[in-house]
Design a protein around this ligand. Structure first.
Ligand SMILES: CC(C)(COP(=O)(O)OP(=O)(O)OC[C@H]1O[C@@H](n2cnc3c(N)ncnc32)[C@H](O)[C@@H]1OP(=O)(O)O)[C@@H](O)C(=O)NCCC(=O)NCCS
Length: 186
C-alpha cells in the first residue's frame, strides 16, 4: 500500500503500460494556481472535461475501460452503490465522444483517512497526462478537506507513476496488509 507522502498494496490489474496515442499530442505542462501539471483550462481546451459527480457517467462505458486495462468487469448496480459511498470522484469526459476516458475515486472516513481506487485511463488516451491530472486533483480535494492520510494499492508496474505524485511504499517500514476473499460473483 502506498501512502501519499508516506503508503499502495498489490492491485490485480492492468497490464498495459502507457502508450501515447498517435492522434493526441502530450498535453502541455503549465502549472495553474493549484500547481497542477495541466490546468483545468488547458484540459478543456483539448476537449477533456473534468467531472466531479457521477451524474452523466455511463457505467457501461466506464466498465469498458476497466476491461480494456485488465480490471474485472463489474456489475453496474454495484458500481453505482460504490459511487454512492465515494467521498471524492473525478472523471474526464472526452468532449468529442461524450465518453469517460479517465477515472479515479476515493473512499474514507471524511476527516483523517482516504483510499484511492479504480484509477484508470482509457488505453487510447494513456501517456498524455490524464492519469496524473486525475490523481493530482483527487489528492488536492482530499487535502482541502483536511484528509492527509491518503493510501492506494498499486500494481508493481505503476509504482513509478505514483511516486512522483507524492506516494511512497512502506513508509517507516509500515506494510499494508489485506484480507481479501476472492469472490467470483462481482
Ligand atoms: C497508470 C495509468 C493510470 C497512468 O495514466 P496515464 O494517463 O497513462 O499517465 P500520465 O500520462 O498522466 O503519466 C504521468 C507521468 O507518469 C509516468 N508514467 C505513466 N505510467 C507509468 C508507469 N506505468 N510507470 C512509470 N511511470 C509512468 C509518465 O511517463 C508521466 O511522466 P512525466 O510526468 O514525467 O511525463 C494508466 O496507464 C492506466 O490506466 N493504466 C492501467 C490501469 C492501472 O494500472 N491503474 C492503476 C492501478 S494501481
Amino acid at each position: 500500500m502506498l501512502l501519499h507522502g508516506t503508503l499502495s498494496l498489490p492491485f490485480r490489474s492492468p497490464l498495459r503500460l502507457p502508450s501515447p496515442t498517435t492522434h493526441l499530442r502530450r498535453l502541455p505542462s503549465t502549472a495553474a494556481h493549484h500547481n497542477f501539471a495541466i490546468s483545468d483550462k488547458e484540459l478543456e481546451s483539448r476537449g477533456f472535461l473534468l467531472r466531479r459527480t457521477p451524474e452523466h457517467l455511463n457505467l457501461d462505458h466506464l466498465n469498458s475501460i476497466f476491461v480494456a486495462v485488465g480490471f474485472p468487469k463489474r456489475d453496474s448496480d454495484k458500481i453505482r452503490v460504490a459511487l454512492d459511498h465515494t467521498d471524492a470522484l473525478l472523471w474526464v469526459e472526452y468532449e468529442t465522444t461524450k465518453r469517460p476516458v479517465a477515472f479515479a475515486r476515493a473512499t474514507g472516513d471524511g476527516v483523517f483517512n482516504a483510499i484511492i481506487w479504480d484509477v484508470v485511463v482509457d488505453p487510447n488516451f494513456q501517456g498524455i497526462g490524464l492519469g496524473k491530472a486525475v490523481i493530482e486533483r483527487v489528492v488536492e480535494e482530499l487535502l482541502e478537506k483536511g484528509i492527509t492520510n491518503i493510501a492506494l494499492y498499486s500494481e508493481p508496474r505503476v509504482l513509478g507513476f505514483y511516486r512522483p505524485l507524492g506516494f511512497v511504499s512502506d513508509p517507516d517500514g509500515i506494510r499494508g496488509m489485506v484480507y481479501s476473499r476472492k469472490n467470483k460473483r462481482s
